[in-house]
Design a protein around this ligand. Structure first.
Ligand code: NAD
Length: 286
């Protein structure tokens, strides 16, 4: 089975559209998301454009603040301070990566935790770690769980989940979410020994590595659910640019029980979950 992330994201947006309308009716609040983009990175510009369009499509307000590449850290912090105190702004997203002269961790720490719709602030990751309510949870990991449940159903209890990757934005938070779902969780990474042997034990295998076609068919337990987070740009045989995941899709698909494609898997869910977080932020603090 191929897990259709585009369809799952469209379904989630449909639900969110109704919930946004309900919130407006009940409280007069229209959720507002502000995206801050520093510099002219073309890939970031495309991501930001998509985020803004989809935010508006579900009935929320979306604004973009575009700052030049040479914006100083102090200027960016001042901008964030203003957004933190603006009641019409429920969600703030600073598009990463930032130019090298700006310290990302300082910027993330400066976003008010209740407006941190990326879920990267230490307050939100701490709440997720402790299993406390009220955390804004990172979007891509949320998307991974929703997609795994598309195939496995709501109850993931007792399943062995192997996550390859330990980044703060994907690997660690998705491992914590799987733990909350009562999975037995293994986190593998660049120093892991016998990676293939560990992956072979996985009922749910999540690849968040950033290496094209890295996960081999021989690593996958027959029937496993495979969630491919990777986004890798490669050239195909005729020299054309192509987007592939971290999993060798063509060879893994016949072995596993279900798999997310790239593109059209986790990617679309990430933005849909960003909208979900914005709605949560507006409902809680609107
Ligand atoms: P990262 O570079 O921060 O982390 C990569 C992880 O892979 C590291 O923890 C590292 O230990 C592990 N790793 C590297 N080489 C390995 C090896 N040989 N064996 C085992 N583990 C190894 O990357 P990230 O930000 O977590 O992103 C991972 C991938 O997911 C990238 O391709 C990124 O573009 C993609 N991504 C996709 C979305 C989406 O919306 N679909 C969102 C975020 C990231």
């Amino acid at each position: 089975m191929i897990i259709d992330g585009k369809q799952a994201a469209a379904d989630l947006r449909k639900t969110l559209t109704l919930q946004v309308a309900q919130l407006k009716k009940d409280k007069g609040t229209v959720p507002g998301l502000t995206v801050v983009l520093v510099g002219e990175d073309p890939a970031s510009e495309v991501y930001v454009r998509n985020k803004i369009k989809q935010t508006r499509d579900v009935g929320m307000i979306s604004n973009e603040i575009k700052l030049p590449h040479d914006t100083s850290q102090i200027q960016l912090l001042a901008e964030l301070q203003q957004l933190n105190s603006d009641d019409a702004v429920h969600g703030i997203l600073v598009q990463l990566p930032l130019p090298n002269h700006i310290d990302e961790s300082v910027i993330i720490a400066a976003i008010a935790p209740h407006k941190d719709v990326d879920g990267f602030h230490a307050m939100n990751s701490g709440r997720l770690l402790n299993g406390e309510p009220g955390a804004l949870v990172p979007c891509t990991p949320q998307g991974c769980i929703i997609l795994a449940k598309q195939h496995l159903g709501e109850d993931l209890s007792g399943l062995h989940a192997v996550v390859i990757g330990r980044s703060n934005i994907v690997g660690k938070p998705v491992a914590l979410l799987l733990l909350q779902e009562n999975c037995t969780v293994t986190i593998a990474h660049s120093r892991t020994k016998n990676l293939a042997g560990i992956c072979q034990q996985a009922d749910i295998l999540i690849a968040a590595v950033g290496r094209a076609n890295f996960v081999q068919a021989s690593w996958v337990k027959p029937g496993a659910t495979v969630i491919d987070v990777g986004i890798n740009h490669i050239e195909n045989e005729s020299g054309k640019a192509k987007l592939v995941g971290d999993v060798d899709f063509a060879n893994v698909a016949p072995v596993c029980g279900a798999i997310t494609p790239v593109p059209g898997g986790v990617g679309p869910m990430t933005i849909a979950c960003l909208l979900k977080n914005t709605l949560i932020a507006a409902s809680t603090n609107g």
